[in-house]
Design a binder for this molecule. Structure first.
Ligand code: UDP
Length: 427
């Protein structure tokens, strides 16, 4: 048995299940990233196993996405929804279950690509047991997040220390934008190896339908003015800024104006509370008659909404990357986004959309108005946005870059005593 089969790799995403429906609860960009990277790598010849935590007893333990790509759900903690900050308590069990899986199947992964800090810890523990190359993508940095919130959670100290250790010890860190790399260097550590490989998007799926066909399919008037948001309901997504911006838009009394706020929520969950809060602001501003909340947007409806929109707004307080921006751009729709993080990398102001200071509703209103008041320019921005995504952000292109990175790392000799090095690093 060849236990070091170089084509077997593991993507580890303890809290972001790549096989679930996106847009609900805490499922978002990380789930999409892992799933698409996994599938694209499998097309390029890798045997990809994506490990996540089982979060429901009804879910199958193994989901096959294609001949060499599957999601494997390990039992670690209750088989129920557990908020992100509480999952770390089950990470040790996750490591043991992964080791058991390797033993039972005879597969020993020579490389793991970990996602988010909890999984980075899992990767570092595995290294104590076997020769292993670790690639890590943060998806979110505690050092950035904790600067913007008032109540710092109990887990913060652990998270910050794990994030520093993985930066300094992983064979490679993947930053998804130059801005994220800069934050790692200025806020986490000057040590460690970082490559920039962006997130990607499905350029066949997004851009497959034109604006009028999309509007007809969705029952939106052909001459409506559509301002669109999609994403999780989380205060840090800045939906309030968008709603207040529309409230002060010069188009607010135009009967053609429509505000569509897409994304799922579950009653009783925290995103449900944010949704209630947003609905309250919509009502307070007298925008209820022009605003709709279509809920979670799935495989076929999401590309249609992007295409139907005149402008897509990404008002996040911070984004390390921000998939929604490139999905809209792939659909030929210009983006008005916060001037933060990865959005400064994906959106080129005046060419594919506009940037506005985060939380600045007047600046958002002005940017939205500039685009919707000039349909010809709007179309030029949309066409340039599509071109930018095709050349820089397709999943196949992203997976090629990752594949080259894995190959290079696997060709290098393994550390002789990984356990010792790690023990020192985390001491
Ligand atoms: N998404 C979706 N349907 C929804 C809401 C969100 O498919 O109803 C997807 C969206 O298309 C994107 C991801 O969820 O691919 C959100 O990723 P992003 O990086 O924008 O934000 P995150 O959720 O990671 O903060």
């Amino acid at each position: 048995m060849d236990i070091t089969n170089k084509k077997h790799i593991a993507l580890i995403s303890v809290h972001g299940d790549p096989a679930v429906e996106i847009g609900k609860e805490e499922a978002g960009g990380q789930n999409v990233y892992v799933r698409h990277v996994g599938e694209a790598l499998a097309h390029q010849g890798w045997h990809v196993d994506m490990f996540t935590r089982a979060s429901s007893a009804e879910q199958p333990k193994i989901v096959e996405h294609g001949p060499h790509c599957r999601t494997i759900r390990l039992s670690a903690g209750p088989e129920a929804f557990v908020p992100r900050d509480e999952i770390f308590g089950y990470a040790g069990t996750f490591v043991n279950e992964l080791l058991k899986f390797q033993q039972e199947t005879g597969i020993q992964y020579p490389l793991v690509h970990t996602n988010y800090w909890i999984s980075s810890w899992v990767g570092m523990q595995l290294k104590k047991h076997q020769p292993l190359k670790q690639v890590h993508t943060y998806h979110s940095l505690g050092a950035v997040k904790y600067k913007s919130i008032t109540t710092i959670p109990m887990i913060a100290t652990t998270r910050l220390s794990v994030e520093k250790t993985v930066l300094e010890t992983a064979e490679r860190i993947v930053a998804t934008s130059p801005q994220e790399q800069e934050h790692m260097r200025s806020l986490v550590s000057t040590k460690g190896n970082i490559d920039i490989i962006p997130c990607g998007t499905d350029i066949q799926r997004f851009g497959s339908i034109d604006k009028q066909a999309a509007r007809a399919a969705l029952g939106i008037d052909s001459d409506a003015i559509v301002v669109f948001y999609v994403g999780r309901f989380d205060e840090r997504k800045g939906i309030e800024t968008l709603v207040r911006a529309v409230g002060q838009s010069q188009f607010r009394d135009n009967e053609k104006l429509r505000l569509v706020i897409g994304g799922g929520s579950r009653p009783g969950q925290s995103d449900g509370k944010e949704r209630d809060r947003i609905e309250g602001i919509v009502a307070e501003l007298g925008l209820s008659n022009i605003t709709s909340f279509p809920g979670r947007l799935g495989d076929t409806t999401l590309p249609a909404y992007y295409a139907a929109a005149d402008v897509c707004v990404v008002p996040s307080h911070y984004e390390p990357f921000g998939l929604v921006a490139i999905e809209a751009m792939a659909s030929g729709t210009p983006v008005v986004a916060s001037d933060v993080g990865g959005l400064q990398f994906t959106v080129v102001p005046e060419q594919t959309g506009l940037l506005a200071p985060a939380k600045d509703e007047a600046a958002f209103a002005a940017a939205i108005d500039r685009i919707i008041s000039n349909p010809e320019w709007r179309n030029q921005l949309g066409a340039a946005a599509r071109t930018r995504v095709e050349s820089k952000f397709s999943w196949d292109g992203v997976a090629h870059q990752l594949s080259d990175l894995y190959t290079t790392l696997l060709e290098k000799p393994a550390l002789e005593k990984p356990a010792k090095v790690l023990a020192q690093a985390s001491a």
